[in-house]
Write a protein that binds this ligand. Structure first.
Ligand code: FAD
Length: 501
């Protein structure tokens, strides 16, 4: 039987993950349900990168009751309408992954099926013309989506670019204000209950012992509790996602203030460009199998669009996840639970998923195994879907430079991705997950953007004669083309709405 005494929860780690988990717990639980404590060490630095997010982040902020304007000011934030991918399918190619649809459905069939029928009939037009988010992004414009779902400018969503370290700092203020107790100190020992095997307490370098009923491991790549103490195995995905290092460097803000992240494929990986209010974040994610560290750093430094503001910093990682990110009375979040490269800005989202599921499946003093199983099922599903989506970017390429690209094109891919590719090639069928990532527009943009073309289309398309469908497509295209130029520029919008004081 569950007792009614509050659960003592101890979060170890105060990076973005620790503070996101802490803030959500003190926002979602009342003091009679849980007492939340967070331990972080000033001696051990956070990973210090993480600047791009996806629209789901707004759900997290809403849940914890964050004021958007205040958050944007405190984190040097900018708005994001999607990601521009340069040189991915082949050198010289470009496409956007927008936060929004490519056209509205016509007569019950998805827009991309109509587009494909028209394409197969010889009308070769770019599907990106039908995406409001892409049109606005290309023009460096931003404003909030229209709440009226009948309007063309309601057909997109948005996310943020921000300094994740400042976001963590901001969350700390919020969480401490709501009763979270923070302790600075390095954890030097972890004790387990001799009977149950659960984690019972942690000991700080000061000698202080902190006991808890439930622990959240947010210690980053160390995985102090989940890995080093409970030995939850790490399933490696490096055969499919061979990038294992990154150089990161900020540079001065460029003239072009884009409302999107840019990802440029390079010989042995890819480079990110993320505009913040006061600077631009850059990094080169690469595979050490295919390029030396020095060469990778030189490539990054030669491809900045502003003066470098620091020396580049290297980060090492391995793609994969824990086979059980909730084990016994420990749940891992953030880098302690797994790592997927930031190609689609999903790490912060995966922290959000972890803590929201923890709240939904909140345990009692004795952890019910069925809750643990369900949590791990949900988290694994999210990781696996994101993994497939990332692999697609690497696999669907016709680049002729670099061994990385040849390896990725020819490698055996997961059965789950093979199935998705077959369905899309056959009849344009793509996943449309409503619960979790990624939804249909995301798959369509990357599949088409990287040259995976469907040979057929949804039969429902034939209910609408081609000329009628073409007229409707043109109506949607011209509505976008008329509306976008009336939007403020991203720079003006940020300046008037949430500029750093
Ligand atoms: P960390 O930041 O490493 O924090 C670990 C914490 O644990 C620290 O507070 C440390 O003091 C504490 N700690 C560790 N050991 C102990 C101990 N013994 N005692 C006490 N405290 C301890 N995500 C995105 O969503 N978007 C992006 O654009 C993005 N870009 C990225 C780019 C790169 C190159 C990398 C590597 C990651 C990127 N991420 C991105 C991921 C993102 O940075 C992380 O998911 C996020 O910052 C969470 O990190 P964390 O809190 O898990 O770990």
């Amino acid at each position: 039987m569950e007792t009614s005494a509050p659960l003592d929860i101890v979060i170890v780690g105060g990076g973005t993950a620790g503070w996101m988990v802490g803030t959500a717990l003190v926002s979602g639980l009342r003091p009679h349900q849980a007492r939340v404590r967070l331990v972080e060490s000033d001696e051990i630095a956070t990973v210090g990168v993480g600047e791009a997010t996806i629209p789901a982040m707004r759900d997290y902020n809403r849940f914890v009751g964050i004021d958007e304007v205040e958050m944007m000011r405190e984190t040097n934030g900018t708005f994001k309408l999607g990601i521009e991918f340069l040189d991915w399918g082949f050198k010289g190619s470009s496409y956007h992954h927008p936060f929004g649809v490519h056209g509205a459905a016509i007569g019950g069939a998805g827009f991309h099926h109509h587009w494909n029928r028209a394409r197969l009939a010889g009308h070769d037009f770019d599907i990106e013309q039908f995406s409001y988010a892409i049109a606005a992004a290309r023009d460096d414009r931003f404003e909030f989506p229209n709440p009226d779902p009948d309007k063309i400018d309601s057909t997109y969503s948005y996310a943020y670019h921000f300094d994740a370290s400042l976001y963590a700092k901001y969350l700390r203020k919020v969480a401490e204000g709501r009763g979270l107790k923070r302790t600075e100190g390095k954890v030097v020992d972890v004790a387990r209950d001799p009977l149950s095997g659960d984690v019972a307490s942690i000991t700080l370098v000061s000698g202080e012992v902190i006991r808890g009923d439930f622990f959240v491991d947010c210690t980053g790549f160390r995985g102090l509790l989940i890995g080093q103490t409970l030995n939850s195995p790490f399933e490696e995905w490096t055969d499919w996602l061979p990038c294992d290092r990154a150089w990161a460097v900020p540079c001065a803000r460029a003239d072009r203030f884009t409302p999107f992240t840019r990802s440029t494929a390079r010989e042995a990986g890819w480079q990110w460009r993320i505009p913040l209010q006061h600077r631009t974040g850059n990094g080169y994610v690469y595979s050490s199998r295919y390029i030396s560290d020095d060469e990778a750093a030189a490539t990054l430094m030669a491809n900045l669009d502003g003066e470098a503001l620091a020396e580049p910093r290297q980060i090492r990682f391995k793609a994969g996840r824990r086979t059980a990110s909730w084990t016994r009375n420990v749940m891992a979040a953030g880098l302690a639970s797994g790592f997927l490269e930031p190609l689609e800005s999903t790490s912060i989202y995966l922290v959000q998923i972890a803590v929201m599921n923890l709240l939904k499946l909140f345990p009692g003093k004795r952890v019910e195994p069925a809750l643990v199983e369900e949590f791990n099922r949900r988290v694994d599903m999210e990781y696996d879907r994101v993994r497939d989506f990332l692999i697609l970017h690497y696999h669907a390429n016709t680049r002729t430079d670099g061994e990385l690209w040849k390896h990725c094109r020819e490698m055996e891919i997961p059965e789950s991705l093979k199935h998705k590719l077959e369905l899309f090639r056959h009849r344009g069928v793509a996943p449309n997950y409503h619960d979790g990532l990624f939804a249909l527009p995301s798959w369509i943009s990357v599949l088409l953007g990287q040259g995976v073309l469907p040979g057929g289309y949804d039969r429902m398309v034939d209910n609408v004669p081609l000329p009628q469908a073409l007229a409707e497509m043109e109506r949607q295209r011209s509505a976008i083309a008329r509306r976008v130029p009336a939007m403020p520029t991203h720079a003006d919008f940020v300046a008037s709405h949430c500029a750093i004081p």
